[in-house]
Design a protein around this ligand. Structure first.
Ligand SMILES: [Zn+2]
Length: 287
């Protein structure tokens, strides 16, 4: 038997995924979500529920913009169809807060979001992007599935450790459109899934007056057959499910004990592992 190579595909056999992560639930999120919806995008919004309805301005280079937070009552309508995730109750720097305060910030925020969404909220983005090992362990204890950092990779890799999930780039990154081009570059042989992960704050579009640039990016990325448009938690859950596939000694049988259908590229041919079933790979395919 030749050396077989199994590579993950996204649902439907797609080779690429695109996701977004926006922080702080500022009022400009309403405009961003409208844009994202227009282009069929899906994203994740990280919310400090303890700061909802508060007013603030932000000044940079002599320009002042609103940093007002959405009202609690507006959350449901603004974000329908997208994921809501934890960002700490009051945007405390959790890496400096100490375990007890950090645990409260995380779980109180989560409880508030779950009261709004009526579903378990398992995602998070680190306030200020700061984290340390103690905080990661705390998140693990809390049952948090993933947490996003602010460290851009400039790459399309799937994280090994979702509790320190580094995004591809910030939306204001000068390389945004170069990365988009690279994302679409054809490859002779499939070498694994590509994930494009963009993060930011929507008040930054007011600050830089670059809403149009974002719309151009969304337009370029939209309507592509090969892309899975997904929230952070959908990607996290899918990838983690794929890590639970059970292989027979000779690799011919794959059992999928999870609740999600998993798609693989086996020697460059797509193979579905249906949820809860065992599939047999034809000997031909594996030679
Ligand atoms: Zn923030």
């Amino acid at each position: 038997m030749g050396l077989r190579r199994d590579l993950l595909l996204f649902p439907g056999g797609k080779k690429k995924a695109l996701t977004f992560s926006y922080d702080d639930a500022v009022t400009q999120d309403a405009q961003l979500v409208r844009l994202m919806n227009r282009y069929g995008m899906k994203g994740t919004f990280n919310i400090n529920t303890g700061l909802l309805g508060t007013e603030k301005t932000y000044t940079r280079d002599g320009k002042t913009v609103s940093q007002n937070r959405l009202e609690r009552e507006a959350i449901h309508a603004v974000y329908t169809g997208h994921e809501l995730a934890v960002h700490g109750l009051t945007h405390l720097d959790l890496a400096l807060a100490g375990n007890a305060a950090a645990a409260y910030e995380i779980m109180a925020d989560r409880k508030n979001l779950e009261d709004l969404t009526h579903t378990p909220v398992r995602g998070m983005a680190y306030p200020f992007g700061t984290w340390n090992e103690a905080l990661v362990n705390l998140l693990r204890s809390c049952g948090t599935a993933y947490s996003r950092t602010t460290k851009s990779t400039g790459a399309f890799t799937i994280p090994e450790e979702f509790l320190t999930w580094n995004p591809t780039c910030h939306h204001a990154d000068e390389q945004l459109f170069v990365l988009a081009e690279r994302f679409f570059e054809p490859e002779q042989k499939y070498s694994g899934p590509r994930l494009f992960y963009v993060w930011g704050h929507s008040y930054e579009f007011d600050l830089r007056e670059d809403w149009e640039r974002m719309e151009l990016f969304l337009a370029q990325m939209s309507g592509r057959e090969e892309i899975w448009y997904a929230s952070n938690i959908e990607i996290c859950d899918y990838v983690k499910a794929s890590r639970h596939l059970q292989y027979s000694a000779d690799g011919r049988y794959i059992h999928n004990p999870t609740a999600l259908d998993i798609w693989l590229s086996v020697n460059q041919a797509p193979h579905i592992c249906p949820s809860g079933q065992t599939t047999c790979l034809d000997r031909q395919e594996t030679v």
